[in-house]
Design a protein around this ligand. Structure first.
Ligand code: CIZ
Ligand code: SF4
Length: 309
């Protein structure tokens, strides 16, 4: 493993590449990355990237976003099949019918969607800025929010705005078991439950803090408690534990026990260190986006970046 990591770092230098990794990537991948972050942070890094190649260790829609923001760079993804249930659950042709049926609505999409769907959007959001951006829309403007209904419901509750929701969800954040979570909490009454807003309402109702992945990391760093039950993809625990080495972090339990009894994103975990090495070596699979889609999708992403400053 050490050998493979060293080979990746040497190849990265030789090819003038930068490795951007999402918090949900396996720990070994996070360790070789130049930057580890959430969708918003990764987009901001992609804009700034000066290397010739961006190795995007995340899922397909994130790599597409990097390509849209910095189209002169070659963007490669360790496994081209690393998708997302939210992006897959919002096909562009059906989404177009939905937006066409409500022409007076401002179209807000969560960044977890395809480039084609972003091209049909007025403003993109991430979980770090969704509330702020929805609050920035004039009160008399009706809003479509897609594709995540759980994040949408959460934003509606916090902002008090009615929104027309697309019926999509994240399989990973819907895998948490309320019953097992409450049992775990009984065993650790001194823990605080923290949750990502892609989780279902009954999970969010148990949480002392609800926020994006970056927000959750900031919270455990600044909060005075010593123990947390963390309801998001378990990969985040790697970075979080590095930030708070003396605190106890417990992943929230999933309905069905899989390898770790927590919830892992099968798409994110399709990327492995070996695939990362191969993709850097072969400069493939490459993620491309047609020029006309880049031109249209860039506008709502740039609006988001502007509103997130
Ligand atoms: O679930 C995801 O894909 C998340 C939380 C993405 C992100 O970083 O906002
Ligand atoms: Fe998509 Fe959910 Fe995986 Fe994130 S965790 S990439 S939303 S399936």
């Amino acid at each position: 493993m050490k050998d493979l990591k060293e080979k990746i770092l040497a190849l990265k230098k030789e090819k003038n590449a930068v490795i951007l990794a999402h918090y949900y990537q396996e720990s070994d991948i996070q360790d070789v990355a130049d930057y580890v972050g959430d969708s918003l942070g990764l987009s901001q890094e992609a804009v700034k990237a000066e290397a010739d190649i961006i190795v995007f260790a995340g899922v397909h829609f994130m790599a597409e976003t990097a390509k849209i923001l910095n189209p002169s760079k070659k963007v490669i993804l360790p496994d081209a099949k690393a998708g997302c249930s939210l992006a897959d659950g919002c096909p562009p042709d059906e989404f177009k019918k939905f937006t066409d049926a409500h022409p007076d609505h401002v179209v807000i999409t969560y960044v977890n969607c395809s480039a084609e769907v972003k091209a049909l959007t007025d403003i993109v959001v991430t979980s770090s800025n969704a509330v702020k951006i929805v609050n920035s829309i004039p009160k008399d403007k009706p809003i479509i929010f897609a594709p995540d209904k759980n994040l949408g419901k959460y934003v509606m509750e916090v902002t008090g705005r009615e929104m027309l929701l697309w019926d999509g969800s994240c399989v990973v954040h819907e895998a948490f078991s309320l019953e097992k979570l409450l049992d775990l909490y009984k065993e650790h009454p001194d823990a605080k439950i923290i949750a990502h807003p892609e989780s279902e309402t009954h999970i969010l109702q148990t949480a002392k803090y609800i926020g994006s992945t970056a927000g959750m990391i900031d919270f455990v760093k600044t909060d005075s408690n010593h123990k947390y039950i963390v309801a998001t993809e378990a990969g985040i625990l790697h970075k979080m534990q590095q930030e708070v080495p003396h605190k106890i972090l417990i992943p929230a339990p999933a309905k069905e026990d899989n390898t770790c009894a927590c919830s892992e994103c099968g798409y994110m975990k399709m990327n492995t260190l070996q695939k990362l090495y191969n993709c850097l070596l072969n400069e493939s699979p490459e993620v491309t986006v047609p020029d006309d889609i880049i031109a249209k999708a860039l506008i709502p992403i740039e609006r988001m970046l502007e509103l997130s400053k």
